[in-house]
Design a binder for this molecule. Structure first.
Ligand code: RIB
Ligand code: CA
Length: 306
């Protein structure tokens, strides 16, 4: 079967690490490029973490560094969730810098997209700074982008602000540019991320999945994206899950915009299910997830990461 060509834009990040592993070992996905962006931790650390993961899994995928800060906002990190390194809990071998391109992420994305003989799917699982810059600097890439499948946003409440999700809240201006791009956008936000849970018994099973299982289990002991007792949130795997098993989701075609001016609400994704804003639909929003299907899927997917 022909593999789907994708570019992952990421800020590892413990949940990013799980999502990247699943994508790298999937028989259905062809990861053409991984780009990094400041998010969970700073650009140097997320890039170093990406290279460490490729070394750990012995994969040779081009990596390109992107934006070190949001378009307008000051950088905000999530070391409280992922630890100082961004992937606390496991002592990784240093990554192999031969995978690291000298070009900026948007140049690497531009080249990969324009040279692809079939439309590319972008999978941003981090703040959308790189994607916004790409679309502004090289709008011609839109002709060869199949879909943008985002981990980000929320139809309800936030995990960074009262109403704002971290990836959108870190760079709301970038998110607005992406949501209003006219491209096919899929949003896997907190509405599904909060239900995409790994419980202690699942964690113990994952630990038996070879070296990958041991590594992930160790990271989970430090991951503060939820509590081990009431479930760790596999936010970023929700974007990969859409590519590999979309039937686990209840999806709604609707209009989504991003609040930029609210004193308390900047970074909120307004999911206009009732059409109050009288705008055409621009995003397919994953509004619900079958938790059993997700659990079965992620355990099977992680078992393949050997
Ligand atoms: O809100 C969850 C998102 O923020 C995930 O991508 C996580 O890695 C953090 O970047
Ligand atoms: Ca992330």
């Amino acid at each position: 079967m022909k593999k789907r060509p994708i570019i992952i834009d990421t800020d590892p990040g413990i949940d990013d690490a799980v999502a990247i592993g699943i994508a790298l070992f999937s028989e259905e996905l062809d990861v053409k490029l991984i780009t990094t962006v400041a998010g969970n931790v700073d650009l140097e650390k997320v890039t170093s973490n990406t290279l460490k993961l490729l070394k750990f899994w012995n994969k040779s995928i081009p990596v390109a560094k992107g934006a070190s800060c949001p378009l307008i906002e000051k950088p905000v990190y999530a070391t409280n969730v992922h630890g100082e390194s961004g992937m606390d809990g496991y002592n990784f071998e240093k990554g192999d810098s031969s995978n690291l391109l000298k070009t900026h992420a948007i140049e690497a994305m531009y080249k990969t997209i324009m040279e692809s003989d079939e439309p590319i799917t972008l999978v941003p699982i981090a703040p959308l700074t790189n994607i916004a810059l790409l679309l502004k600097v090289y709008p011609e890439v839109k002709s060869n982008i199949k879909e943008i499948v985002i981990m980000g946003g929320s139809a309800t409440r936030g995990n960074k602000g009262v109403m704002s999700e971290f990836n959108v809240a870190v760079d709301p201006e970038a998110a607005k540019i992406v949501f209003s791009s006219g491209l096919n956008i899929v949003m896997a936000g907190l509405d599904v991320g909060w239900k995409a849970l790994i419980y202690p018994e699942d964690s113990k099973l994952i630990k038996t999945f070879g070296t990958t299982g041991e590594m992930i289990y160790s990271l989970f002991q430090h991951y503060r994206g939820g509590g081990l007792k009431n479930g760790l949130k596999m936010y970023d795997s929700c974007a990969i899950a859409y590519l590999l098993k979309p039937e686990m989701y209840t999806i709604v075609d609707t209009y989504v915009d991003v609040e930029l001016n609210g004193e308390f609400t900047k970074g909120t994704t307004l999911v206009d299910l009732k059409g109050y804003l009288k705008q055409p639909n621009n995003v397919r929003v994953c509004m619900d997830i079958d938790q059993e299907i997700f659990k079965d899927w992620i355990l099977k997917a992680l078992k393949k990461c050997i």
